[in-house]
Design a protein around this ligand. Sequence first.
Ligand code: GDP
Length: 357
Amino acid sequence: MKAALIGVGQAGGKVTEALLAEDQRAEYGAVRGTLAVNTAKTDLEGLDIDTMLIGQERVKGHGVGADNELGAEVMTNDVREVMGGLDGVVDPHTEAIFVIAGLGGGTGSGGAPVLVKELQRVYEIPVYALGILPGRDEGGIYQANAGRSLKTLVREADSTLLVDNDAWRSTGDSVTEAFDEINSRIARRVGILLAAGENIEGVGESVVDSSEVINTLQSGEMSAIGFASAEAAADAGENINTITSTARKALLSGMSVPQTTEAGAALVVAAGESERVSRKGVEKARTWVEDETRSMQVRGGDFPLDSDKIAVLVLLAGISRSQRLQEFMDRAKEASKEVEAEQETENFQADELDDLI
Ligand code: GDP
């Protein structure tokens, strides 16, 4: 799928950069254009992709902190400038636009939904969001921001692909180390999803079509991806069980939103050398995912990859019943109440001070 990626905020910019780097490393050629948008000048400076600073009048390049209302306000004021900067990022061949953001902060959390809405108004192609949910240990304001942002994103985007920051993180990593690791995992996995449907030079033609990715995403408001890989034998006939067991691992322990097995629609992609990938294995894995997700709409296919391993990618769309998502929504709701109560106390104290003066 020929995709344009627009990162909003710090996480958005870094993940966009990682996705482009992976697309170039693997020579997929699926990422056609990228742009990182932020209110914080320093966050843009380290990035190796095109950038745009917004909200200079309002925040003077210093960012919006974790104030996502201010993030939304700044994006609303400068959205025309951002749209004007998309020449060469979105072109007539672009099949989908992804707006990428961490949902717990300020700029991405508030800005991404505003930008998605404007992109939907202007472009005919699907506009998706790739949203990063805060980990459980992140503070209340992050949970509250993410809850609010997700609600709006889901309304505006054709589908919101979610990655929980706790899902692909190794325990014991420092936060920064963990981010780099999570970002490269997102890049590898979403990279394959975007590349599905592209002709990879010298390796062969993909059996999955970009329309299958689009049709799967299109059938659910929220989506998640799972991934697992395993050593494979040189002969496809010996890899039937490898493909089914790897698909099982991807769905049961490799999802970007853990504890997500029910879905409205799904896509199973087995990636590896064509001679190693068993079509029968892919079909068996597809049927297993159909049973497990209780979905009647499960597509399957293979994707040529120059590797002696076989990787299985599972895309689930329509995941609102996920236990982990329900837990997140409860956490966000609770945190919202606490943040509001704190604000009321602050306002009350301010009123008291006013009375004193
Ligand atoms: P913004 O710049 O105001 O949009 O804020 P951030 O992008 O820093 O968003 C904060 C949220 O994103 C928090 O939940 C962080 O845990 C998460 N986050 C920040 N940087 C990264 C990153 O590089 N990778 C990932 N996966 N998450 C990040």
